[in-house]
Design a protein around this ligand. Structure first.
Ligand SMILES: Cc1cc2nc3c(=O)[nH]c(=O)nc-3n(C[C@H](O)[C@H](O)[C@H](O)COP(=O)(O)O)c2cc1C
Ligand code: SF4
Length: 524
C-alpha cells in the first residue's frame, strides 16, 4: 500500500459498534490525525453486520474498502502510522466485501446497510434508493399490491402472513382515512435486524412505507419504535426530515398529487406492545392490551380505521421488489418462503452477526459456516429460533432448512429470524421454566389460560424438576400447555408451549432428578 496524506474512514454509528466504543474511537482518530497533519474524513455508516469485528473501521481505497477490526482506541496511533507509511497493520482484514462471511450473503434488503451514510439522502439515491417509489408512482394501487403479492413476500415480524393479501384488504376497505403502521417494537430475544436497518438505512423503511401508503390509499404513517432504540430514533427522524424537505414525503409527493406523512412514536416498553392489536392500543395512548379479532386491523385498526401494520423488514423489502420486480424477488427462496431473510445469529457463538440469505439455508450452515461454532468452544447443544416463544432445536434438527413450512413440520417457527445459541452447559429445564416465567411476567392479563396458566406452569416445572411425582407433573404440564395453546387469545399465551414442550421432548434428561451434568457443566 502506498503512503497517504488524506484518508476517508467509515466508522459505524450502529448501536452494536457504539456499545463497544465506536464514539471514543472516532474522537481518537480525529485527535491522532490532527497530530500527524493527516487530512481525515470520517463517515458514520451503518454496521456491516460482522458484529464480532466491531468497531469495524473501513478505509476507502481505489479498489474499494479495506476492513480493520476490531479497532481499539489504543491501536489508533499505530493504525494511522501504518496508513502514512504504507506499512501493513495487524488488524487489517482485507477488502470488506471479500470477507467470506459477507461475500456469500444475498443482501437485498440490507444491500445499503454499512455501505452508505444512513442519513444522507444523496447517498441513498446514489445507491438505488427511491427507484422503487418512482415506479410505484407510475402504477395504481391495485398494480402495486399485485406486485407485492406476486413477490411472495410474507410478514417478517413472526406470523409470516402474505403481505400482499393484507394490503389488498386495506385497499378494498372504504374509508376517508387509512393508516400505515410500522411495527418496530422488535421485542424478540436475539433479534436486531429491525434496529440495524433503521440505524443503517432508514430511508429504505421510509420508502417502503410510502409505497404501502400509495398502494392502499393511506396518507398517514407511524413508526412504533421500541423505546430502547434511541439511535434508531435519531436516524429515522433525520431521514424523515430530509425526505420531507425533498418532497419524498408530505403533500403532493414529487408532484404526483399523492400525500404521505410519517411520524415516529416511542413504544410502551412491554413485550406485548409488539403484538399488533396491543401496539395499536398503545399508539392510541392506551395501555397495551390485546384486542379481540375480528375485526382485523386491516378493516378496523388505528383509531378504528383500515390499517396496514407490518414489520420493519417487511416494509424494507418492498423498495427492491418494486424496483427490480416481483419475479426478481420471487426467484430467491424455497417452497412458499420466497425472497431473503436477514438472520440474526447471537448467544454462545463465535461469529455473531447479521446474515441475509435466501430461505433454504440450513441451521447447521448458519451455525458453523457463518458462526464458526460456539464461542466457548464446547459443542452446540441447542438453539432457540424465533424469539422467546420459539422452539428449542436439538443438534439432530440442525439440517432443517430455514423455511416456514419446514419449521412448522418440526413444531418450530422461523419468526423474526433470531437464532440464540447454547452450548452443552445449558440447563434446558431452566430454559423451559424461563419461558413460562417470561409469559407470566409479560402477559397482558386479558385471558385466563395465559394469565393464570403461565404462573401455574412455573410451579409445575418446579415440582417436576424437584422430582415430586414426576410422571403426574409432566402429564399436568403437557395438559396445561395444550390449554394455553388452544385457549389463549394471542400468541404470547398460545405459543409458550413451543419452548416448553421442545425442551421437554428433546432434552428430557434435564428434567430428571438427580440429573447428570457433563464435565465442566454448571450444576442444576
Ligand atoms: C406477543 C407478541 C409480540 C410480538 N412482537 C412483535 C414485534 O416486536 N415486532 C413485530 O414486527 N411483530 C411482532 N409480533 C407480530 C405482530 O403481532 C404482527 O404479526 C406483525 O406486526 C405483522 O407484521 P408482518 O406481517 O409484517 O410480520 C408480535 C406478536 C406477538 C403475539
Ligand atoms: S394470551 Fe396473554 S398476552 Fe395474549 S391476550 Fe391472553 S393474557 Fe394477553
Amino acid at each position: 500500500m502506498s503512503a497517504v496524506r488524506s484518508v476517508k474512514l467509515y466508522v459505524p454509528r450502529d448501536a452494536a459498534a457504539m456499545a463497544v466504543g465506536a464514539e471514543a474511537l472516532v474522537r481518537a482518530l480525529e485527535r491522532e490525525a490532527k497530530g500527524r497533519a493527516l487530512e481525515l474524513t470520517v463517515v458514520r455508516n451503518g454496521s456491516r453486520g460482522l458484529l464480532w469485528l466491531e468497531p469495524l473501521v473501513e478505509l476507502e481505497g481505489p479498489a474499494g474498502r479495506i476492513a480493520y477490526g476490531p479497532m481499539t482506541v489504543g491501536a489508533v496511533p499505530g493504525f494511522l502510522d501504518s496508513l502514512l507509511s504504507g506499512a501493513a497493520h495487524p488488524l487489517c482484514l482485507g477488502p470488506t466485501e471479500q470477507l467470506a462471511y459477507f461475500k456469500s450473503q444475498e443482501r437485498l434488503t440490507f444491500a445499503r446497510v454499512g455501505l452508505t451514510d444512513p442519513v444522507s439522502l444523496t447517498d441513498y439515491r446514489a445507491h438505488g434508493g427511491y427507484r422503487g417509489l418512482a415506479r410505484a408512482l407510475s402504477m395504481d394501487g391495485a398494480q402495486i399490491v399485485a406486485e407485492v403479492t406476486d413477490s411472495g413476500l410474507r410478514g417478517r415480524g413472526g406470523a409470516a402472513f402474505p403481505t400482499g393479501i393484507k394490503w389488498k384488504t386495506v385497499l378494498g376497505a372504504q374509508s376517508a382515512q387509512k393508516y400505515i403502521v410500522c411495527n418496530a417494537d422488535e421485542g424478540d430475544s436475539g433479534t436486531f435486524s429491525d434496529r440495524m436497518l433503521m440505524e443503517g438505512d432508514p430511508y429504505c423503511l421510509i420508502e417502503g412505507m410510502t409505497i404501502a401508503g400509495l398502494a392502499v390509499g393511506a396518507t398517514r404513517g407511524y413508526i412504533y419504535l421500541r423505546w430502547e432504540y434511541p439511535l434508531a430514533k435519531v436516524a429515522l427522524e433525520q431521514a424523515i426530515a430530509a425526505a420531507t424537505a425533498a418532497n419524498y414525503l408530505g403533500r403532493n409527493i414529487l408532484g404526483s398529487g399523492k400525500d404521505f406523512e410519517l411520524e415516529v412514536r416511542l413504544g410502551g416498553g412491554a413485550y406485548i406492545c409488539g403484538e399488533e392489536t396491543s401496539l395499536l392500543e398503545s399508539l392510541e395512548g392506551k395501555r397495551g392490551q390485546v384486542r379481540f379479532k375480528p375485526p382485523l386491523p386491516a378493516l378496523s385498526g388505528l383509531f378504528g380505521q383500515p390499517t396496514v401494520i407490518n414489520n420493519v423488514i417487511s416494509f424494507a423489502s418492498v423498495p427492491i421488489i418494486l424496483d427490480q420486480g416481483a419475479a426478481f424477488y420471487q426467484h430467491y427462496g424455497m417452497g412458499r418462503s420466497r425472497g431473503t431473510l436477514p438472520i440474526q445469529l447471537t448467544g454462545n457463538i463465535k461469529h455473531g452477526g447479521l446474515i441475509e440469505r435466501a430461505f433454504g439455508i440450513t441451521v447447521r450452515e448458519l451455525l458453523y459456516d457463518y458462526g464458526g461454532g460456539s464461542l466457548s468452544g464446547r459443542p452446540i447443544r441447542a438453539v432457540q429460533i424465533g424469539g422467546p416463544l420459539g422452539a428449542y432445536l436439538p443438534a439432530s434438527q440442525f439440517d432443517t432448512p430455514l423455511d416456514y413450512e419446514a419449521f412448522a413440520a418440526i413444531k418450530a417457527m422461523v419468526g423474526h429470524g433470531g437464532i440464540v445459541v447454547f452450548d452443552d452447559t445449558v440447563d434446558m429445564a431452566a430454559q423451559a421454566r424461563y419461558a413460562m416465567q417470561f409469559c407470566a411476567i409479560e402477559s397482558c392479563g386479558k385471558c385466563t389460560p395465559c394469565r393464570l396458566g403461565s404462573t401455574r406452569g412455573v410451579e409445575v416445572i418446579d415440582r417436576l424438576v424437584a422430582g415430586e411425582r414426576p410422571a403426574a407433573q409432566e402429564a399436568l404440564l403437557r395438559d396445561l400447555c395444550e390449554t394455553m395453546t388452544v385457549g389463549s387469545l394471542c400468541a404470547l399465551g398460545g405459543m409458550t408451549a413451543f419452548p416448553v414442550l421442545s425442551a421437554l421432548d428433546h432434552f428430557a434428561e434435564d428434567f430428571l432428578t438427580p440429573r447428570a451434568a457433563p464435565a465442566g457443566r454448571a450444576g442444576h
